[in-house]
Design a protein around this ligand. Sequence first.
Ligand code: ADP
Length: 364
Amino acid sequence: NVTLAVLTSGGDSQGMNAAVRAVVRVSIQLGVTVYFVKEGYHGLIEGYITKANWYDVSFTLNLGGTIIGTKRCKPFMTKEGRMKATKNMISFGISNLVVIGGDGSLTGANLFREEWPCHINELLKNKEIDEETSKKFDHLNLVGIVGSIDNDFSGTDMTIGADTALHRILEAIDSIVSTAFSHQRTFIMEVMGRNCGYLAVKSALMCEADYLFIREWPQKLDWTDKLCKNVQAARNRGKRLNIIIVSEGAVDINGSAITSEMVKTVLVTTLNQDARITVLGHVQRGGSPSAFDRILASRMGAHAVFCLLEDTAETEPKVVCLNANTIVHQSLMDCVKSTLEIGKAIQQKDFDKALKLRGQSFIQ
Ligand code: ADP
């Protein structure tokens, strides 16, 4: 009898519930026993593990967040914490795991899988498990699904939650445009995506923004002149309002932060504009998932179960990806490595490299 567990970890994103639901229902349909791990890796370490039933996931497609909880968990960053997690999984007879989370969670998952055989050997050596159990649990089958509103993971065209977050941003901008038009104001909209400007770029294109600040395209030091020129040119053409999109990670070519406050100050002092800031914050993470995210997450959840059932000690851990509207799986290690490389390039201010590594999915 195959036994599988599913957990959500790291920052929540809309659509995670649809992925959990698909994992549960496809598993049950295939005769696989399925468990929830509550509160991410924290629950794996503390043993918050409960059997999932068909109806536990009814009417969850429309819910934002994650019904099984998520938490950031420092002890999972240690070998001792991960050893405790191994013991709990064995005590429930689980050696198949679906992790739904961002790049941090999937990096941790990868490490957990790599270390698993060492943990089993140690448990056998300490006589905490017998020979038969050690053979039965000699490797961990692992599949990752990317839940992240930032669309910041290499290998997949879209991550679960990014489409909904974009909808939230556009809803907010649409509301603001009407009042900005009446009062001839300028609105500076601060959006999420510290290391990945996907949300900022797409929202700027879709609201006809006048200026965009993201980390991957650092501004030349004369950005204030360029900003004022663009904004003023739009007004001269008869535009009654301006929208500026600032990603929370925006920088100049020296790597110094460009904040919404700085942008506002420039517009107020140089152009004497009536400029206001709206920081969208956690609104972007909230609310009902879009149809796209519900469908994407359902497809990914189902695919994750099929992947696990094909897994052996010899196969690599996988991450479920969307490539050209087809659900596929790729090597988790390769995708995590490439995602971390982008993060490193950004940290080292090598933005050309970051953009190149980000590839087509970002530009499309
Ligand atoms: P996200 O998955 O959204 O990127 P985090 O980076 O906060 O969020 O990661 C979520 C959790 O995953 C962390 O609290 C920790 O338990 C685990 N984790 C992250 N990075 C690692 C790592 N390098 N090694 C082990 N566990 C990790």
